[in-house]
Ligand binder design. Structure first.
Ligand SMILES: Cc1cc2nc3c(=O)[nH]c(=O)nc-3n(C[C@H](O)[C@H](O)[C@H](O)COP(=O)(O)OP(=O)(O)OC[C@H]3O[C@@H](n4cnc5c(N)ncnc54)[C@H](O)[C@@H]3O)c2cc1C
Length: 247
């Protein structure tokens, strides 16, 4: 529901709305905003990877993802699903590359801002196999980290604006950060072809492809057509599409 009449938005808010307060705003790299919020939990509690929506205007909402639950700044390994105050402290990592209403709204948040988050019970993305490949762009880094951080064997490659590469690589040394080249997904596709050619995917048994819709299609075709993975082992979720506002 990226665009809906104000009345429908109000109804969704009364059914799924969670009161939230921004506790902290950081800028971990150019083009990224990291939020820590205190938010009342939906049924089942907050989980890393939980999908949420912010109402960024009376008729507009945008989707984001909970990266962490229960972590204070610079700490790892909170207790998702617990019942203490930590269980209502969530972290969200937003990319602002789109420069649309969602990115603008997120960039204006300050510590102390009160807002409402729309959230239902968590429904995790399907994960296949033990050694997984995760591909995405800046808008997916929070989601991918929510899933891949607990999986030491996973291979992660994320395409981000060039000025953000060094800061993100220093924070997440296990992940490959690739600078955006010509079009969205080109750098990632080049990396994919090279890694496949060098046999890096030999023991792979699952993949999660998130982010730019057209890039995901290309990546899945490459993995399936070259028989690296069967189609059913590849989970996809588009986060944005060229020329389309909100997904
Ligand atoms: C389930 C789900 C979870 C998501 N979780 C997160 C999250 O945790 N963090 C996060 O940062 N984003 C996340 N997103 C993506 C975020 O909702 C989109 O990037 C959103 O479209 C941005 O809204 P906007 O109003 O700024 O731009 P829009 O109005 O949607 O788009 C404006 C223009 O920018 C383009 N555009 C949109 N997104 C991007 C982009 N990332 N890079 C380059 N161009 C873009 C569009 O094609 C359009 O031309 C998620 C999306 C989904 C569907």
């Amino acid at each position: 529901m990226p665009q809906a009449p104000a009345l429908i938005g109000k109804l969704a808010e009364s059914a799924m709305g969670r009161r939230a307060r921004v506790l902290d705003v950081q800028h971990p790299a150019p083009g990224f905003v990291e939020l820590t919020l205190h938010a009342s939990a939906p049924p089942g509690g907050w989980r890393p990877g939980h999908e949420i929506q912010f109402r960024v205007a009376p008729t507009l909402s945008r989707r984001y993802t909970v990266r962490t639950v229960g972590e204070a700044k610079g700490q790892t390994g909170g207790e998702p699903g617990g019942s203490g105050p930590e269980a209502e402290r969530i972290g969200v990592l937003a990319g602002t590359e789109s420069q649309g209403p969602g990115a603008t709204w997120v960039s204006r948040l300050r510590a102390g801002t009160e807002t409402v988050i729309l959230a239902a019970r968590h429904r995790p993305l399907r994960e296949t196999g033990a050694r997984r490949l995760y591909l995405g762009d800046g808008s997916t880094l929070g989601t991918i980290d929510a899933y891949a951080r607990v999986d030491e064997q996973s291979l992660v490659a994320i395409e981000v604006p060039e000025p953000a590469v060094d800061a993100l690589a220093a924070r997440w040394p296990r992940y490959h950060f690739l600078p955006i080249t010509k079009g969205p997904g080109d750098a990632l596709f080049f990396w994919l072809e090279r890694a496949a050619g060098e046999g890096e995917f030999a023991r792979l048994d699952g993949a999660m492809l998130l982010g730019h819709a057209q890039s995901i299609q290309r990546q899945r075709a490459a993995l399936v057509d070259s028989r690296i993975l069967p189609r059913r082992a590849v989970t996809t979720k588009p986060y944005w599409s060229t020329g389309k506002a909100g997904l």
